[in-house]
Design a protein around this ligand. Structure first.
Ligand code: PLP
Length: 456
């Protein structure tokens, strides 16, 4: 990490201090063997960086809504923190909408994008005044019916897929020719259909595309935005007025998981967009963004205690309490979702010493439950801690209940005035009683008594 930037250096310093303090304060220990930590300072910095980057390129007075993609880190206190930092919320399910509302995000700062919205969800969104992007012609038909019965307060748009290609990770790419999202713009007749759909619906005022996510390089992201802008121009020219008044460019800025460097930055992306799509920023269009990963990934760390350190077939293995339940993507598709691992000693201090190639295993009962395989790290011993970095988005907040492993506690940290580290509970650790309850505990005899009740 030769040319690490100062923001990254400070972030690393806060993280090391937080691990140490979490051990000292008992948030981590023999009876709390895994926890998620969130860097409140870092999250605020990212939100401010996002706003500043787009402020720098948009004409004064342009309406801009940065809607945080709640799926990246579905935690109410995180959504509230970002709301207070001036961001809105992009939601894609009834659950995410409920989280955004619980966090206090008002309807006019909320965008609903899910690909499978029911009529009831659409009706609720329109009643609340939440912005909705329709995914396909059938959904547009449903909106037609709703708009006829109640005049919509909601800004309404259509999601398109510019079909510009996959980048390096097919499973999370949304702009392949056959992606399930939006109207596939390069399919035969699709473009004309879109233009007609707007001409027939004067209330359709937004255009949306999200070209993501991790694995898409900046120029490809920018190309997706350029295509959406060109389509908005085409629609407005065809209808002879500025009907499309807002362009939603989605999120998708990748995070470099191979290093700590703060790159690519929002400033680099906004600068590239301003360069390639200048008309987007000249004040004629309002702007919506939907970043998730780039706002949160760096600022989350899952820390787990090493329970045992063993050896098999000549390979050293640290058996820890973090595995598939907190890092499902990495465990199932390790080549695509590698994680950087940091080693700490039993007091929570960065571990030093000669590096040894070892596996970092999780607690689940299948052999692929590894956070890292064949990784060179200071030799891990029982009582040490391992930290999986960049897990603040699509990471430990996305619990996977394999082996009925309990959801770990999540704590936010920020430096206090005395030079120490203060913590706040973001989510309590799940209790065993809660594990039983959500596993049908209230219905223990439901199956053994089924025949009896049937024959009654
Ligand atoms: C997932 C998603 C986002 C956020 O993507 P990131 O890569 O986390 O920035 C934004 N918009 C939509 C529609 C999404 O599905």
């Amino acid at each position: 990490m030769a040319d690490i930037d100062s923001e990254a250096r400070e972030r690393t310093g806060r993280r090391d201090q937080a691990v140490r303090a979490a051990v000292e304060q008992g948030l981590l220990g023999p009876d709390a063997a895994v926890a998620g930590l969130l860097d409140v300072t870092g999250i605020r910095e990212s939100a401010a960086g996002l706003r500043a980057a787009f402020d720098a390129v948009t004409a004064p007075g342009t309406p801009v809504l940065h809607a945080f993609a709640v799926k990246a880190t579905p935690l109410v206190p995180v959504v509230r923190l970002l709301h207070e930092a001036g961001l809105g919320a992009e939601v894609a399910s009834p659950g995410e909408l409920a989280l955004a509302r619980a966090a206090g995000v008002p309807p006019d700062r909320t965008v609903l994008d899910s690909p499978a919205k029911t009529p009831a969800e659409l009706r609720e969104a329109l009643a609340l005044g939440i912005a909705v992007n329709a995914d396909n012609p059938q959904e547009l038909d449903r909106l037609d019916a709703l708009v006829r019965s109640v005049p919509a307060r909601s800004p309404l748009g259509l999601r398109v897929n510019p079909q510009i290609g996959a980048g390096t990770i097919g499973a999370t790419s949304t702009a392949t020719p056959t992606s399930k999202f939006g109207v596939a713009l390069r399919d035969e007749g699709a473009r004309d259909w879109v233009v007609r759909a707007y001409a027939e619906r004067p209330w359709l005022t937004r255009l949306h595309a999200h070209t993501g996510s991790q694995g898409i390089p900046l120029p490809l992201l920018a190309q997706g935005v350029a295509e959406v802008y060109a389509l908005a121009q085409e629609i407005n020219a065809a209808v002879g007025r500025r009907q499309v008044d807002t362009i939603d460019i989605g999120g998708g800025l990748p995070v470099d998981v191979a290093s700590e460097a703060t790159a690519p930055t929002y400033a680099a992306y906004a600068g590239m967009l301003a360069d390639r799509v200048p008309g987007l920023f000249d004040g004629r269009y309002g702007l919506v963004t939907e970043f998730g990963r780039s706002l949160l990934a760096r600022h989350g760390t899952v820390v787990a205690r090493v329970e045992y350190a063993k050896s098999a077939g000549g390979r050293r293995i640290a058996v820890t309490h973090a595995g598939v339940q907190v890092a499902a993507r990495t465990v199932y598709v390790p080549g695509t979702w590698p994680l950087r691992i940091a080693a700490y000693d039993a007091e929570g201090r960065p571990k030093t010493g000669p590096e040894v190639v070892q596996d970092v295993a999780g607690p689940a009962c299948f052999s692929g439950d590894l956070l890292a395989e064949g990784r060179a790290l200071p030799l891990l011993e029982p009582g040490d801690y391992v930290a999986a970095l960049d897990t603040g988005a699509y990471g430990f907040a996305h619990h996977y209940a394999y082996n009925s492993l309990a959801r770990p506690g999540i704590y936010g940290y920020a430096p206090d005035r005395a030079g120490g580290m203060a913590f706040a509970v973001v989510r309590e650790p799940q209790t065993l009683a809660e594990v039983v309850a959500e596993s049908g505990g209230a219905h223990a005899s439901a199956l053994t008594t089924l025949n009896a009740s049937e024959s009654r």
